[in-house]
Design a protein around this ligand. Structure first.
Ligand SMILES: [Zn+2]
Length: 266
């Protein structure tokens, strides 16, 4: 009897352990957060943040290839991709886009706005024009800024993700894009595809779809964005203080003039 009592819970536990679905014990986002360190909460001048991106502008020629059709866009979303190209760096992608080497999409040529590698950002098309990177004629292409993260050998993946997070934060700030409009390529289904939702950016997905790691990445973007917004808030606060000081100064001046007039000084 005694043995049965001990044995039954033991067997139950063992059965439970076997029948439990295998789940990841580590959240990759938490590991990366530790490696990168927390984003500080101090205000950051958006101009300085932009400079630190080390952005180079190397546009596809106006009216050619991916910019063959002029299609204006007011960006409302930011779409994150990864290249899955283990040999080409950001410069190689810029070169390929500039000579129309990447075919596809609605206009016949693929194009997106930025490619990021560990130490550099390259811009390929203006943010006021639509790209061909997500979902043919869907909203991903029509309304979003496309960012590709490099994956070539020797590239520091963590530094690339962090530079991408900072770029996305800067774009959120300058284009007034809310955090809920940060999308993985996965979020834009491709009409007519057997697997419409692409596993992209694959290293931020779990089992091919957004999970904790993706949520960590969006959180990281938001924390970088908050620093820029904090700076903006402080500027606005200072402006309001200056305006109030000016208003009081004028009030006192008016009062002095009125008193002067009353006692016959002027
Ligand atoms: Zn993609």
């Amino acid at each position: 009897m005694k043995y049965t009592l001990i044995l039954v819970p033991g067997i139950t536990l063992a059965l439970l352990a076997i029948s439990m679905p295998s789940c990841k014990t580590t959240n990759q986002g938490q590991v990366w957060e530790q490696e990168l360190g927390e984003v500080t909460e101090s205000p950051l001048n958006p101009g300085d943040a932009h400079k630190a991106l080390n952005m180079q502008i190397d546009l596809i020629p106006d009216g050619k290839y991916g910019r063959r059709l002029f299609r204006q866009m007011k960006p409302q979303f930011i779409t994150i991709h990864s290249t899955q190209n283990y040999t080409g760096d950001a410069f190689a992608h810029a070169k390929a886009l500039k000579k129309g080497a990447l075919r596809g999409g609605v206009c016949g040529y693929l194009c997106w706005h930025f490619t990021v590698q560990d130490d550099t950002v390259i811009q390929h098309i203006p943010t006021s024009e639509r790209g061909e990177h997500a979902d043919f004629d869907g909203p991903g292409n029509r309304y979003s800024i496309g960012i590709e993260m490099c994956e070539h050998n020797g590239n520091n993946q963590l530094a690339t993700m962090e530079r991408t997070a900072k770029l996305a934060a800067s774009l959120m700030y300058y284009h007034e894009i809310p955090v809920q409009n940060i999308r993985a390529h996965y979020h834009w289904p491709r009409a007519g595809y057997k697997t419409p939702n692409k596993n992209c950016p694959h290293f931020l997905m779990e089992d091919g779809r957004p999970g904790d790691t993706w949520r960590w990445f969006v959180g990281r973007i938001e924390r970088h964005y908050k620093r820029l917004q904090l700076f903006e808030d402080q500027i606005q606060e200072q402006k309001a203080k200056d305006a109030e000081r000016e208003r009081l100064k004028k009030m006192v001046q008016n009062w002095i003039e009125q008193v002067g007039e009353f006692i016959g000084l002027s």
